[in-house]
Design a protein around this ligand. Sequence first.
Ligand SMILES: Cc1ncc(COP(=O)(O)O)c(C=O)c1O
Length: 457
Amino acid sequence: MVLHKGTASDPDRKTGANPLYAGAYPALAANIRLPHDSLAEDPLPPDTALQLVRDELMLDGNARLNLATFVTTWMEPQARELMAECVDKNMIDKDEYPQTAELERRCVNILADLWHAPDPTAIMGCSTTGSSEACMLAGMALKRRWSKLGRTGKPNLVMGANVQVCWEKFCEYWEVEPRLVPMDGDRFHLTADEAIARCDENTIGVVAILGSTFDGSYEPVAEIAAALDGLAERSGWDIPVHVDGASGAMIAPFLDPDLSWDFRLLRVASINTSGHKYGLVYPGVGWVLWRDKEALPEELVLNVNYLGGDMPTFALNFSRPGAEVAAQYYTFVRLGREGFRAVQQASRDVATQLADGIAELGPFRLLTRGDQLPVFAFTTKPDVEGFDVFDVSRRLRERGWLVPAYTFPENRTDLAVLRIVVRNGFTHDLADLLLADLRRLLPELDHGPRRRTAFHH
Ligand SMILES: Cc1ncc(COP(=O)(O)O)c(C=O)c1O
């Protein structure tokens, strides 16, 4: 292993690098080797270190062309400025940074209002590192609420096989049986009948997703809640719903105001969202809110006094950056309801038009069309034999587009799709360019029937 050999007093002499390298000319750093497995003995000048690390990161590609991610890849320069100013603030130090804590509290209130909390003063909520942590906390609250009922069996959680992996993690880490409803034919997410068929007295909750990571479709939260109301009447099992609104909880309030999916439904005990998805903030911030104190058993909230003051905390992490919370509040201040509506509508318009354009190309069949989450999945038509979705994904990469291809879960593992996530900053213009690239590469891909390999990854 070759490490750089500079010293603090004369870093460049010993590396043999030109001392002008740092500010002047990258090629002169040719004989500096960055440490891969253990620290170098000596420091490098900051500009040299910056240049070398930055150079390596060029290989990451362009985040804006990453149509696989739901996570924000563009914010205004003003938001970046604010985040840079807050980068040294630890979210947990609420006594030291009371105003950051106040911004967090306001964000929770704003979300409670957006999600129609009947009594905003009763709402419990906090920021997290993302939806995964938010879902862990919500799942823990469901489990604790259930355990207080004094039932003896093993707890289970009912959800569609299309849940994001965080729910499988939750079940594994907290020893809850996952009851996954498999996909079936063209049913790609959870339905009310399928959900209640798997509930029993040890069901800690039902997770409904708004919307599905696999295809962007909304699960029928109101129908699931109504079916659980009926089940409660018949059996006495009072099973709460958690809505995983990682993406949709920041879309539906603005674009689907009449859709009943949130705290308007009495059975909805808690909701999470990712501030860093359609909350339009850079990673990592998430949110989780509980309807009232009953939905969040108080013993889960611990108090610490060693930060000064007496601070309640319910989180998996302790220290965590404050910048994202400030940035979330910035987006709320900056956009207001109308701004959010316009931004989300623009994404939905781009998604639906791009989906239509892809359908018109001929070889593709849409599973969804981007009119719920601005996300859609499509596959090749059955008569397309010359190529598959994995070929398309690979070829698009040559132009810089990252469009993932993947197989669906259990029962539909035969179905492989491409998925496009349209986010703020993915304009009609970029969508046209993507469509033009797709149109151009199709004739090159289509060489007629060929022998298929068994697995594509
Ligand atoms: C429905 C759903 N839940 C949870 C998550 C996990 O979110 P995060 O990346 O914020 O932890 C995702 C991420 O894509 C998601 O789509």
